[in-house]
Design a protein around this ligand. Structure first.
Ligand SMILES: N[C@@H](CCC(=O)N[C@@H](CS)C(=O)NCC(=O)O)C(=O)O
Length: 200
């Protein structure tokens, strides 16, 4: 299977970590893909022209939660997506919160890097920052839920925090979210996390 990705994409990182944690990495060929390059063929695989995309024998799969759940169906080890009950819904809620944080952070990133300075809209940036702050506060309050068996929610949270470290290190989220910081420090020792660190 081919994974169209960028080393800087937190969504693709989640997929790459899931692949390593489930022992599937050797079945996946990671193909660096630019969302800016029409010749990449990305839009022919994902009409939204977003990465990650996983090419499978039955066609392309997107977005990252779908790819992760597909990968989770391919192995017999402990599942990243709990099968049922509160454990499943909590893992999916963590995943949604982490992805939402990443969406807001990416919107800020695009505003600051793709728009001319004179067209950047500070209230829009502040609105996204507010989402990130309230998401981090919720994560801090619920951080104890991240302990225990590894889930896709925990992987998502680690990637979202890693993206803040990559692009917005000066925000200093650790100072205001100590429980989350302690949890993240433990997660950051996992070989899957280390192997997927992007250099800015
Ligand atoms: N919901 C999607 C989000 C993917 C996403 O936003 N990817 C970014 C890169 S990190 C992208 O492809 N952006 C290009 C664009 O928005 O045009 C997922 O979970 O896969």
């Amino acid at each position: 299977m081919k994974l169209l990705y960028s080393p800087f994409s937190p969504f693709a990182r989640k997929v790459r970590i899931a692949a390593i944690e489930t022992g599937l990495q050797d079945r996946i060929e990671a193909v660096p893909t630019s969302t800016e390059d029409p010749a990449s063929g990305l839009s022919g695989r994902n009409p939204l022209n977003k990465i990650p995309v996983l090419e499978t024998e039955f066609g392309p799969l997107y977005d990252s939660p779908v790819i992760c759940e597909y990968l989770d169906s391919l192995h017999d080890g402990p599942k990243l997506f709990p099968a049922a009950g509160p454990a499943r819904w909590k893992a999916l809620r963590w995943l949604a919160l982490a992805d939402g944080l990443q969406d807001a952070a990416l919107l800020i990133r695009y505003e600051l890097t793709l728009r001319p300075t004179e067209k950047q809209h500070e209230p829009w940036i502040e609105r996204q920052k507010a989402k990130i702050r309230t998401a981090l506060d919720r994560m801090e309050a619920d951080a104890a839920e991240l302990d225990g068996p590894l889930t896709i929610g925990a992987i998502g949270a680690a990637c979202a925090l890693g993206y803040l470290d990559l692009r917005f290190a000066d925000w200093g989220w650790r100072g205001t979210h100590p429980r989350l910081a302690a949890w993240h420090a433990g997660f950051a020792e996992r070989p899957s996390y280390v192997a997927t660190i992007a250099q800015a």
